[in-house]
Design a protein around this ligand. Structure first.
Ligand code: MSP
Length: 659
């Protein structure tokens, strides 16, 4: 041990009890934040992940402040678009929405999103509130029956005007609209235009940033017309019937927007949270949120939201993500590759709220290397290394601070207020930059104070203590301020510092000296391993395999409902009425079953007799072209349609269970 060799007496104090941190003067505020509820016609991509991560970060920050917070997300499951997607997938709408909604939830769980509630518009608790709101507005005379002809875009689920079209297609969906005439119920939106205009003029921050408020104000300068809020049930059966006329279902946007309110009502917490609601959306859905929603609220006698916070788009290769362009980026692929926290940090750090941002994997890698590995990881690594070398891994008490120490301390202590203000102004990238600037300051502090020189001189032991202590305090403060964005790594950092139980509220990031002297630190482990940029660029130059499309996650319990068993093929014959099918007679222990299987193009009946295969034994029997099939044989199929039956690697008796 270097300290002992140098003959420096280091007093070992036992870790002190943790100091109390006062809650500060601030009153506990309330904060309710929402993401859009996402359509279930596609799996989640990084655009959905951005808004959801952002709201997660913001609510985690408010929790750190000690605020009473509520975070709502969910899925938007009704309408023509979803019904069509279900049909394409060969499922009933309900099966289909259950699957995709499950995929959203599973993705958010894997990304560590701590939502308080997940609402689905197909849930009765939501539909009930939608019916109540509709009835209220109808009774007040703000809904009437009428006929309408115009251009209808299925993708955007609304009538569009000629003026909105770009090269004949709807900019929201990139699809050409179709001409439709429909008898529908209309919501008297135009009547409220002067009110909304005035409201927006009086509340400049209501829709922010400014550019989106201006967008809505521009819409309000001309008549906005009345909104068609129903669809004939005959044409769109997948929706909520109007309470007074069940020949019509509710228009998806009228249904969906109410989720923000219905989720609270269903839990009886609307009084507690509604007055504090903050919506987070991207620029694509400003019109429904900036125009329809405030007017709906007004007509239903529900107070307006606090703010509509609108961010830009993540572009991939300068283009909007789309399946047809093949540039859709999946969040779980990135999470697997770079880790959750690094991915979250990139999303927050590299988008200037309100503007579009350009996504690239090399961008993530560069961010990791510069901010997370070089700045933060390095500070931790150096600090732990020096503590191990000079102080046996124990945090020393600080002696009197010099100017260089105070300057670093002050930089950190100023941060909670700075981060708070930047968050309020939606400048999340700048909030992170402010923290990282202080982290860089701490690295510079080490270079300036040269602890390795201090360690050589026994007379400077107290000075070295102060420098080491100052580094530890800096890291403690950084770990709190960064927790909302990198929760996992912040925890790991604190674990390595041995301060897992030190105070963690935001206020404690504004106080110095909270690490008890004597705290034992752990040996340094890399917090964020550096990414080899060259190797990454090389890998990206090679053709990327198409990512797999996964089904909704199931539990082991769900899987347990499937009964799989080994069977022996006793007989195999061509199906009398279908040239792609074989009829197999299989033995399963004491039972014999008939199974119709679509493998005739791949297997000769003679080759199958005597083979051991795997059967889904509890599948409902089905009659296929006149022959009853009592189960399904398992086979693998590749992208080129080649087929291989699932067999056993060792000979086990038929009837054996497969799990
Ligand atoms: N179901 C409606 C919303 C109803 S809210 C009452 C809907 N769903 S959506 O699935 O299309 O989601 C749109 C939202 O996804 C955007 O507002 C934004 O939050 C997110 N994003 C989709 N693509 C995005 C990017 N490329 N970049 C950033 N966010 C994006 O509209």
């Amino acid at each position: 041990m270097e300290t002992a060799e140098a003959g420096i007496a280091v007093e070992r104090t036992e870790p002190q009890p943790l100091p109390e941190v006062s809650g500060g003067e601030r009153e506990r505020a309330t904060f309710y934040a929402t993401t859009p509820i996402f359509y279930v016609n596609a799996a989640p991509h990084i655009g959905h992940a951005y808004t959801t991560t952002l709201v997660d970060v913001v609510t985690r920050f408010h929790r750190l402040r000690g605020d009473d917070t509520f975070f709502l997300t969910g899925t938007d499951e009704h309408g023509e678009k979803v019904a069509k997607a279900a049909e394409k997938a060969g499922k009933t709408p309900q099966q289909y929405v259950d699957d995709v909604s499950g995929q959203f939830r599973a993705t958010w769980d894997r990304l560590g999103i701590q939502y308080d509630e997940f609402i689905r518009t197909t849930e009765e608790r939501h539909q009930k509130v939608v019916r109540e709101v509709l009835q209220r507005v109808y009774d007040a005379g703000d809904i009437f029956y009428g006929e309408y002809s115009g251009l209808y875009c299925v993708g955007a689920e609304r009538f569009v005007t000629e003026k909105e079209l770009v090269d004949g297609t709807c900019p929201e969906s990139d699809e050409p609209p179709e001409y439709r005439t429909e008898a529908n119920y209309f919501f008297r939106m135009e009547k409220y235009r002067p009110w909304l205009r005035e409201t927006l003029e009086e509340n400049p921050g209501l829709i922010r940033p400014e550019r989106y408020r201006n967008e809505v104000l521009a819409m309000l300068r001309e008549p906005i017309g009345d909104l068609s809020i129903s669809r004939p049930r005959k044409r769109v059966p997948w929706g909520i019937p109007l309470p007074w006329d069940d020949e019509h279902v509710t228009y998806v946007w009228f249904d969906a927007l109410i989720n923000y309110y219905s989720a609270l009502v269903s839990k009886g917490i609307e009084e507690r949270y509604w007055p504090h609601v903050e919506h987070f959306i991207a620029k694509d859905i400003v019109k429904p949120h900036g125009l329809f929603w405030p007017i709906m609220l007004k007509a239903a006698g529900i107070p307006l939201y606090q703010h509509l916070n609108v961010h830009g788009y993540w572009l991939v290769n300068e283009r909007k993500m789309s399946k047809s362009l093949g540039n859709v980026v999946r969040p779980l692929d990135l999470q697997r590759k770079y880790g959750n926290d690094a991915f979250r940090y990139y999303l927050l750090r590299d988008m200037n709220f309100g503007l579009d941002a350009s996504f690239s994997e090399s961008g993530i890698a560069e961010r990791i290397n510069s901010d997370l590995a070089n700045d933060l990881g390095n500070l931790l690594n150096r600090t732990l290394g020096m503590l191990a070398r000079y102080r046996d891994g124990a945090v020393p008490a600080a002696a009197e601070l010099e100017e260089v120490d105070t300057s670093l301390k002050d930089a950190f202590l100023a941060l909670p207020a700075v981060v708070d203000a930047r968050f309020r102004d939606l400048q999340f990238d700048r909030a992170l930059e402010a923290v990282m600037e202080a982290v860089r300051h701490a690295n510079k502090y080490i270079s300036e104070t040269q602890p390795w020189e201090l360690a050589k001189d026994p007379a400077k032991a107290a000075r070295l203590d102060t420098v080491l202590n100052t580094c530890v305090e800096s890291l403690r403060c950084a770990s709190i301020l960064l927790e909302p964005v990198i929760p996992g790594k912040a925890r790991e950092l604190r674990k390595q510092l041995g301060i897992k139980r030190a105070p963690f509220a935001l206020d404690s990031a504004g106080q110095w000296g909270l690490v008890p002297p004597g705290t034992q630190t752990a040996p340094a482990g890399p917090l964020f391993p550096r990414i080899d940029l060259e190797a990454l660029e090389k890998a990206m130059a090679e053709p990327q395999p198409e990512p797999l499309e996964h089904k909704a996650e199931i539990s082991i319990h769900d899987f347990g409902h499937t009964e799989l068993r080994v069977v022996t093929v006793e007989k195999a014959e061509p199906h009398p009425n279908a040239n792609k099918l074989l009829v197999l007679t299989v033995r399963m222990g004491p039972e014999t079953r008939t199974v119709v299987s679509g493998i005739r193009d791949h297997y000769q009946p003679g080759d199958l007799v005597g083979k051991k295969l795997v059967l889904v034994a509890n599948l409902q029997p089905i009659t296929l072209r006149g022959v009853r099939s009592e189960g399904m044989i398992l086979a693998a199929e590749d992208d080129d349609g080649r087929l291989s039956l699932v067999t056993l690697e060792q000979d086990l008796p038929d009837g054996s269970e497969v799990h």
